[in-house]
Design a protein around this ligand. Structure first.
Ligand SMILES: Nc1ncnc2c1ncn2[C@@H]1O[C@H](COP(=O)(O)OP(=O)(O)OP(=O)(O)O)[C@@H](O)[C@H]1O
Ligand SMILES: [Mg+2]
Length: 389
């Protein structure tokens, strides 16, 4: 199991002066509407607990005013939680002093905003470099890092343009590139694509998934669009009135909706176009490694009652599969002569609608890989059928 990157524990956030009154009223069972009416205090987050895993694309979704921004802004202490803990890599950042917070924001957590936040009198290159300048990083190094980030978001060639010369989607790419220059471990994105028109938005979703696939960063992404949430999220948290209504993989919302509110929320979603392979796939029970002892693999496959397994090199890159029947009854030392390469593979971010044809052309389960060709899982016809039923 992956490590916990962010742990949110019993977190409550109250806006206004007399925060203790609001806390007391919450404990006595008043609703946040009643609290607002009686005291004028706003409760942005009401007793939320969530763990976010390293490398996860975690999406927070909910209607306007449900507390999404309030919560994500606690993750870099732009909002100071009124009660509860917020741990990053096991450290409670609520206890951090000024210097620790500065370090956190510079090196660990970066934020991308909805309205780009670009400086209009600076070129793309200089906007992207901005965060590095404040850190006194020398110019050659700065430029190198900025150009890398610009390439990663698909803006090479636009370095010398000014923001006013760019489309909305391009401006958001600049914002994203700027957030990436510090090589943050965690990327916080508060409705970054909401201002974009639908086509550009789809393009940006794809781009983000591909960046995520490549870099394996922990990303917390906010949206009020359920389709966007399910398209992007490894896991999704649905908020309402500052409370967590349900958290889980996209498929969990369809298979076990927590209540009527969730059911209404997901009613019009076309599952095959939003569920991604990665949220349905299984971990292979056995993976053989090139050069591995033949008899050992035979034994493992027999014990697990499997007819075949996938094979990777020693870096986890997929190279093929071996079948039990062919491995048995011969004198070879290793499995290498028996590795078959006529398998089908699919990227882990593909949608279920894309995997159907591959499954029908393949006798064995389809291998799920990432952009670097590492084997991440396997997926079968039954898995997909079950998820869509
Ligand atoms: N700075 C603030 N001062 C007082 N109340 C606030 C503040 N920020 C947010 N709130 C209140 O907290 C609640 C949650 O707001 P929040 O901005 O977190 O919602 P949201 O889910 O991000 O909504 P949207 O989709 O519109 O961005 C709302 O009732 C809002 O009025
Ligand atoms: Mg918001």
């Amino acid at each position: 199991m992956a490590d916990k990157k962010i742990e949110i524990k019993d977190l409550t956030l109250v806006f206004g002066k007399d925060k203790n009154t609001a806390l007391k009223m919450l404990d006595e069972g008043f609703t946040i509407q009643e609290i607002r009416k009686k005291t004028g205090l706003a409760v942005g987050v009401n007793n939320i607990s969530i763990d976010i895993e390293e490398g996860e694309m975690f999406v927070i979704v909910g209607l306007s005013g449900s507390g999404k921004s309030s919560l994500i802004r606690c993750m870099n202490m732009l909002n100071v939680p009124t009660r509860g803990e917020l741990l990053i890599d096991g450290e409670n950042i609520v206890d951090y002093g000024k210097d620790q917070l500065r370090e956190l924001r510079r090196h660990k957590v970066a934020m991308v905003f909805q309205h780009f936040g670009l400086l209009s009198h600076r070129t793309v290159l200089h906007n992207v470099q901005f965060g590095l300048e404040v850190q006194n990083i020398d110019e050659t190094q700065r430029k190198k890092k900025a150009l890398e980030a610009i390439e990663l978001v698909g803006l090479s060639g636009w370095e010398d343009y000014f923001p006013r010369q760019l489309s909305g989607g391009m401006k958001q790419r600049v914002g994203l590139a700027r957030a990436l220059t510090n090589e943050p471990e965690i990327l916080l994105m508060d409705e970054p694509f909401s201002a974009l028109d639908p086509l550009i938005r789809r393009e940006m979703q794809k781009e983000l998934l591909s960046i995520e696939d490549y870099m394996d960063k922990t990303i917390v992404f906010i949206t009020h669009d359920m389709n966007e949430a399910f398209r992007l999220g490894d896991r999704v948290a649905l908020l309402k009135d500052g409370e967590l209504i349900q958290v889980g993989k996209p498929r969990d919302f369809f298979e076990n909706p927590a209540n009527d509110y969730v059911e209404a929320f997901i009613e019009d979603v076309d599952k095959s176009r939003i569920l991604r392979v990665k949220t349905i796939m299984n971990k292979p029970e056995i993976v053989a490694v090139k050069g591995q002892n033949r008899e050992e693999v035979v034994r493992k496959l027999s014990d697990a009652e499997l007819e075949y397994c996938y094979v990777t090199d020693n870096k986890g890159n997929l190279i093929g599969y071996v079948e039990l029947e062919k491995l048995m009854n011969n004198q070879m030392e290793t499995i290498d002569k028996f590795i078959e390469t006529n398998y089908k593979e699919i990227n882990r971010n593909a949608f279920l609608s894309d995997v159907w044809t591959k499954l029908s052309e393949s006798d064995v389960e389809v291998a799920v890989t990432d952009k670097r060709n590492r084997l991440r899982g396997i997926i079968s016809h039954e898995d997909v059928a079950k998820a869509l039923s």
